[in-house]
Design a protein around this ligand. Structure first.
Ligand SMILES: Cc1ncc(COP(=O)(O)O)c(C=O)c1O
Length: 343
């Protein structure tokens, strides 16, 4: 049984494990103050061309979202997000538990536009209501779609005009930037967001996310927020070492490119057979709509989520590839699809 259920079924890339092993018995300063964490931060700042960015490593995505949102918002302020966004559907109310309301909007493809946000702003009247202050997007989105540079820039400009912070959850930023449709550069990412995080967990690290704060107002006392949420690891060097490994050569992007290529192989084979996709193919998550009996056949050898019932005969499934996905299994999967109605 081979899994296309997610992009965190494997441990980490061998180069990362080697680095962890190499530095394991070398004493490091605690709480992320070690040399390798500093070097990793310098590499990321260079990559995004933002020498003044403030960078912090944490262990997971929900943790990053909780800390960023709770640190950025005052008690009465809210965050706007797509209803399909990770903070709305898969974080067990973690954001609401910090006391902040999420203003959810329906979207077709998981992507927010200025129009969506305008709808929320228009509803805001006065101090009897929560005040929208931050916009949460993810790239790639929960539906595998990605933002274009123009879309990101428009959102950022709109946020500035309306005194909102723009926060980009980059749990899958590697896959988004490595997409064949992508036109956002690392520099753009820093230029058109106020804060974002770069996901290591789903892109070759054992675990870890790098929070990148760009807006001056959001930098102050951030370490206190990390500490108060129990996220300042004594062995923080373990996160720094992994990001050092991911960014010292081109490992981060080459792993993301592999994940995408595996997804494209599947998508091409599925589309060649005439099957449709629920959302456009762009990153390492794809959502083909297949006949239910083909899905049952595939489930005999492969694990994946059935995402959504389309009608009595068809459902959309979610296929996720990763930096570690083996092409052989992708080919086996495609062979079943390609041979389906020939039997
Ligand atoms: C976009 C996005 N944000 C955040 C997370 C949460 O990450 P974690 O499970 O590490 O808390 C995920 C995980 O799937 C995700 O896809």
């Amino acid at each position: 049984m081979y899994s296309f259920k997610n992009d965190y079924s494997e441990g980490c890339h061998p180069q990362i494990l080697q680095l962890l092993s190499k530095y394991s018995l070398i004493q490091q300063k605690g709480y992320g103050e070690d040399d390798l964490s500093n070097k990793a931060k310098a590499l990321i700042k260079q990559k995004i061309q933002s020498p003044n960015a403030s960078i912090h490593f944490v262990s997971g995505g929900t943790q990053a979202n909780i800390i960023v949102l709770a640190a950025s918002l005052r008690p009465h302020e809210s965050v706007v997000a797509a209803r399909s966004g990770h903070i709305c559907v898969h974080e067990a109310g973690a954001i609401e538990a910090t006391g902040h309301k999420i203003e959810m909007v329906d979207t077709e493809t998981g992507k927010l536009t200025p129009n969506h946000i305008q709808g929320i702003i228009d509803k805001f009247e006065d101090h009897h209501m929560t005040k929208p202050k931050m916009v949460y997007i993810s790239n790639a989105t929960e539906l595998g779609t990605i933002y274009t540079k123009e879309e990101l820039k428009n959102l950022y400009v709109f946020c500035k005009e309306n005194k909102l912070y723009l926060y980009l959850d980059g749990a899958r930023i590697g896959s988004a930037l490595a997409s064949r449709q992508n036109d956002i550069s690392w520099e753009d990412l820093a230029q058109y967001t106020d804060v974002c995080y770069l996901g290591g967990t789903k892109n070759g690290a054992l675990l870890g996310e790098a929070i990148v704060i760009l807006h001056e107002d959001l930098k102050k006392d951030f370490l206190f927020h990390i500490k108060q949420r129990g996220a300042l690891l004594a062995k923080g060097s373990l996160l720094g070492i992994q990001f050092y490994g991911l960014f010292s050569e081109d490992l981060f992007m080459s792993l993301a490119r592999h994940a995408n290529e595996m997804a494209y192989l599947m998508a091409d084979s599925i589309q060649k057979k005439g099957y449709l996709m629920l959302t456009p193919v762009a990153s390492n998550q794809i959502f083909p709509i297949l006949p239910n009996d083909l899905i049952q056949k595939l489930l005999l050898d492969f694990d994946f989520y059935i995402w959504k019932k389309i009608n009595a005969e068809q459902s959309a499934i979610r296929l996720v590839t990763s930096w570690a996905t083996e092409e052989k299994f992708v080919r086996d999967f495609c062979n079943i699809i390609e041979g389906y109605d020939l039997m």
